[in-house]
Design a protein around this ligand. Sequence first.
Ligand SMILES: NC(=O)c1ccc[n+]([C@@H]2O[C@H](COP(=O)([O-])OP(=O)(O)OC[C@H]3O[C@@H](n4cnc5c(N)ncnc54)[C@H](OP(=O)(O)O)[C@@H]3O)[C@@H](O)[C@H]2O)c1
Length: 263
Amino acid sequence: MKILPGNVVLVTGASSGIGREVALAFARRGCRLGLVARRREALEDVGAEVERAGGEALVLPADVSDAAAITTAVERTIDRFGALQVVVPNAGLGRYALAAGQDPLEIEGLIRINFLGTVFTVRAALPHLLGHPPAHIAAVASSAGLIPHRLGSAYCASKAAVIQYLAAVRLEVLDLGVGVSWICPGAVETPFFEGARLDPETDLPLLARLFVRTLDAAEVARATVRAVERNRREVAMPGSVRFFALSRRLTPTLADWINRKLP
Ligand SMILES: NC(=O)c1ccc[n+]([C@@H]2O[C@H](COP(=O)([O-])OP(=O)(O)OC[C@H]3O[C@@H](n4cnc5c(N)ncnc54)[C@H](OP(=O)(O)O)[C@@H]3O)[C@@H](O)[C@H]2O)c1
């Protein structure tokens, strides 16, 4: 869809990293932003940046794993701006451990925030998007949803679930004027790795360490905006992630063997 000044965009996880850059990218296009995350103060700082960049901001502190809270955030955005054209479910976190020992509450948290947070955001927004096309959902998933890696079983599963969920939703809504995209970046320079217990320099598979360059959050934000404009289905980035994802689809046994043997 064409992004026009005044379009209304809801971004979750807007207080930091990729979400903050996505909000700023839409603000530079003159959009009005609903900004969701748990930390009000950090959101207010991003809200001020959005206004300086030429957008308008509504700060909506909420936990995406709380279906009622995210529904209220969607409703407040529509009440305030009178519209909603683009939704970017992006809130998420990474917690890495060997599958045999990972804490059950941590696994539940990954699924609740990364997967259910996306589901609750999409289901809250969809009735409005379907009633007022054209509209678009562009979720930030991860390369981990396409290419599994050691230490990432629960995280990879949460992101693969996001991708399958959106792929199914896309089949329901595309012909009704609502586009759906999922963005699958490799490692991105953000506070994501603080507390994640994964050092991308040492813990990712050798091929990923050698060939997947670390992305800038602003690059991922630009790709997200482009995905909306061009109605892209899946965006895997950088190119090396696209290559690994394709090889895994074509020869999963070989790809998994390499992944196992070159940890
Ligand atoms: N960085 C990477 O290497 C990378 C790679 C691929 C995909 N991703 C994905 O990109 C997305 C954004 O991550 P990032 O790299 O930008 O990390 P980040 O800087 O840590 O940002 C995460 C954002 O999610 C929000 N958040 C976390 N839990 C939440 C909850 N329960 N409810 C509402 N908001 C919540 C955080 O805000 P509050 O703490 O204020 O709630 C923050 O705004 C995530 O989905 C992540 O899985 C990241």
